[in-house]
Design a protein around this ligand. Structure first.
Ligand code: COI
Length: 387
């Protein structure tokens, strides 16, 4: 049954949609309400119990599934972000000379919301994404929402799209906060207005491989990030430049690309969309966040969990030779989760790594997922419950 009960009681009255409006009618009638009409009625949201959206939960990948609502909050030059509001999910209007369109002044984040067996909705460390956005905003000369504003917006977006949170075991709701220069500029300068927007989409596995190990290609022609640049923050401008290398690698049958440092072309940096770890005996190493590597929330969490398990965890430079000599390699990221790497190809040499249920990555992933899905006790206070 797909009937939807996300009704806006007072909206129904104020728009005189008729007393005969059924639950099903509510679903379709809401679709033609303009976004500008919603803010006044925001306080009157009555959220559905647990009516599921019309999604084939068994075949979710990582493609966009448009949901019902997005959250928007604006900030005029040097001011604070004003009260944000939920709007119907849909197109946004931007000046052709918006800073984000012309000069790439923008940041994004990714957070997952999971549904527990008892129906409760859980977020994993959203404050860490808020802090990372603040750091990124400073680098990109943008104002940023406070941590509370950020987390509140994420919670509101998840609640308003509750029916799109996959059932337990079928994936999660991926929440995408954006911060962008939305005001007009012509000469190169910070935008006079900024918009914080949060939308969401149900997702499951990021890679088409599903849980199968990845086959990575070490890129030594194209660079991802240089010292002094923006590789360490989640700037939108870090991502389009890697598409060329990614498409080329995928066309050659690889899952994704692993980048090297731009100075020595010798040290491992990160994959297009996730951090990388190597395992050798009891030692786990990952490239240190020195300004060119994204400080992943999953990366940081895995480092902590691995330390708790008694592994010797090292954040330092990892030479490509050391990578090729590892017992095990794995990637971490919000979208990716923890993905084991089956092989790496570098200069026409392909090396295979240990994979499977008895690996270090499987052990760490199981701990992480247990916390994220509310299956194990959250001793670290990483979970934020949405109520
Ligand atoms: C995430 O893991 O949330 C990311 O931002 C990666 C993105 C390219 C899908």
């Amino acid at each position: 049954m797909i009937t939807r009960r996300l009704c806006l009681r007072n909206l129904v009255e104020s728009f005189r949609l008729g007393s005969s409006m059924s639950k099903l009618g509510c679903r379709y009638n809401l679709a033609f309400l303009s976004s500008s009409s919603l803010p006044q009625a925001r306080e009157q949201f009555v959220y559905s119990d647990d009516e599921s959206a019309d999604v084939d939960w068994d075949n979710l990948g990582f493609g966009l599934v448009p949901t019902d609502y997005m959250y928007i909050m604006k900030c005029a030059k040097e001011g604070n972000f004003e009260q944000g509001q939920l709007n119907r999910y849909g197109k946004v209007e931007l000046s052709p000379s918006a800073g984000v369109l012309n000069y790439g002044q923008g940041l994004f984040e990714g957070i997952k919301a999971c549904r527990k067996e008892d129906g409760r909705l859980l977020l994993f460390r959203p404050d860490q994404n808020a802090i990372r956005m603040k750091i990124g905003a400073e680098r990109m000369c943008m104002p940023s929402p406070s941590v509370d504003q950020f987390v509140d917006a994420v919670k509101q977006t998840v609640l308003a799209n509750k029916r799109w949170v996959p059932p337990p075991g079928k994936g999660s709701l991926y929440v995408r906060p954006l911060l962008m220069g939305s005001g007009p500029v012509l000469g190169l300068a910070p935008s006079p207005e900024h918009t914080f927007l949060v939308y969401a989409s149900p997702v499951c596995n990021y890679f088409k491989e599903g849980f199968a190990p990845l086959n990575l290609y070490v890129e030594d022609e194209f660079d991802r990030a240089s010292p002094g640049g923006t590789g360490g923050v989640k700037a939108i401008s870090n991502y389009a430049p890697v598409l060329k290398a990614q498409i080329r690698a995928k066309n050659r049958g690889f899952s994704d690309v692993l980048y090297l440092d731009t100075v020595n072309k010798r040290y491992v940096e990160e994959v297009s969309c996730c951090n990388i770890f190597i395992v050798k005996g009891n030692m786990i190493a990952t490239p240190a966040t020195n300004g060119t590597i994204l400080a992943g929330v999953t990366r940081r969490s895995i480092i902590e969990i691995a330390g708790d398990h008694g592994y010797q965890v090292e954040e330092r430079r990892v030479a490509v030779d050391e990578l090729m000599d590892a017992d095990e390699v794995f990637c971490t990221g919000t979208a990716v989760g923890v993905a084991s790497v089956g092989s790496i190809t570098y200069h026409n040499t392909k090396v295979e790594f240990r994979t499977g249920a008895k690996t270090v990555s499987a052990e760490l992933y199981s701990d992480l997922v247990g916390i994220q899905k509310g299956l194990s006790e959250d001793k670290k206070g990483w979970i934020v419950e949405i109520d």
